[in-house]
Design a protein around this ligand. Structure first.
Ligand SMILES: [Fe+2]
Ligand SMILES: [Fe+2]
Length: 272
């Protein structure tokens, strides 16, 4: 989606509100902060995460949900959190924690619930595809996944602020365009205290205007492909070509990625 260049009153309002409320941003729960730090260690103990699940039911619930998703379950239902962690393994638990952390930041805003849910689902697909793109080169796959997951995290905050003023909210297209304009900045403000690597914050900040940095280009290409799959007429071919060239991919590799994004987009429980 190209960025609107015209500042509407809603864009101005949201920009001021984001500035005004920056010290009131929701903090990451202590257990999630701990889980995030833990998961960034090369070979952490998955059972330690299972124990965090005893303190924080949202982690336990997501561990079980993920372990029992069609991708991981192979038809065998698990009801025990430790077994779920063992089934997922280090990498699976790491990705699950990233999703759990993101889910904590997805505010429930009844007025825009569908838009926020769609954005969350979109981000999970972008994260998975960014990981595939990273694996085709030598970009860190875990940072690609995390950056892809967080790239649109600022949208929910923008929708929340817009919803507080219903006079702005009757035209969904208008609201969506304003949110699009400000979500990258809003996202950076949300994640800046999470002790994330600088590259991840940059990839979130610049996912619509990447520099030549490999991680930024990887997330931008993933986002472009997923938008194209979700809405086939939304993305100009030139944008896809430019993003693919920036990562250095051949057309057969890009077609492989598009097929993967399509499959994920058709998967009902992709965001489980
Ligand atoms: Fe975005
Ligand atoms: Fe996106």
């Amino acid at each position: 989606m190209s960025e609107s260049r015209v500042d509407s009153p809603l864009v101005e309002f949201l920009a001021k509100e984001l500035e005004r409320t920056q010290d009131e941003l929701p903090k990451l729960a202590r257990t999630h902060m701990h889980a995030l730090r833990l998961s960034r260690q090369a070979d952490f103990d998955v059972l330690e995460v299972a124990r965090l699940g005893e303190e924080d039911p949202s982690i336990a619930t997501r561990l079980l949900q993920t372990a029992n998703s069609s991708f991981h379950s192979r038809g065998l239902k698990i009801r025990n959190v430790e077994q779920a962690a063992l089934r997922l393994g280090v990498r699976g638990v790491r990705y699950m924690l990233y999703v759990a952390v993101y889910a904590q930041m997805v505010f429930d805003v009844p007025r825009y619930r569908d838009l926020i849910h769609n954005s969350f689902r979109h981000s999970v697909i972008v994260a998975r595809l960014a990981r595939r793109i990273a694996a085709l080169g030598d970009t860190d796959v875990d940072l690609a996944y995390l950056s892809g997951l967080l790239h649109d995290v600022g949208k929910a905050r923008c929708y929340q602020l817009a919803a507080a003023h219903p006079e702005f909210g009757s035209d969904y297209e208008h609201v969506t365009a304003a949110v699009h304009r400000l979500h990258a900045k809003s996202g950076v403000a949300m994640i800046r205290d999470w002790s994330l690597p600088r590259e991840v914050i940059n990839a979130v900040a610049r996912h619509h205007s990447p520099t030549s940095d490999a991680l930024e280009c990887c997330v931008a290409l993933s986002d472009t492909i997923v938008h194209m799959v979700e809405n086939p007429h939304s993305t100009p071919q030139e944008e896809l070509d430019a993003r693919s060239d920036a990562v250095g991919l051949r057309s057969d590799q890009v077609n492989y990625l598009i097929d993967n994004a399509r499959l994920d987009n058709e998967n009902e429980d992709v965001a489980a």
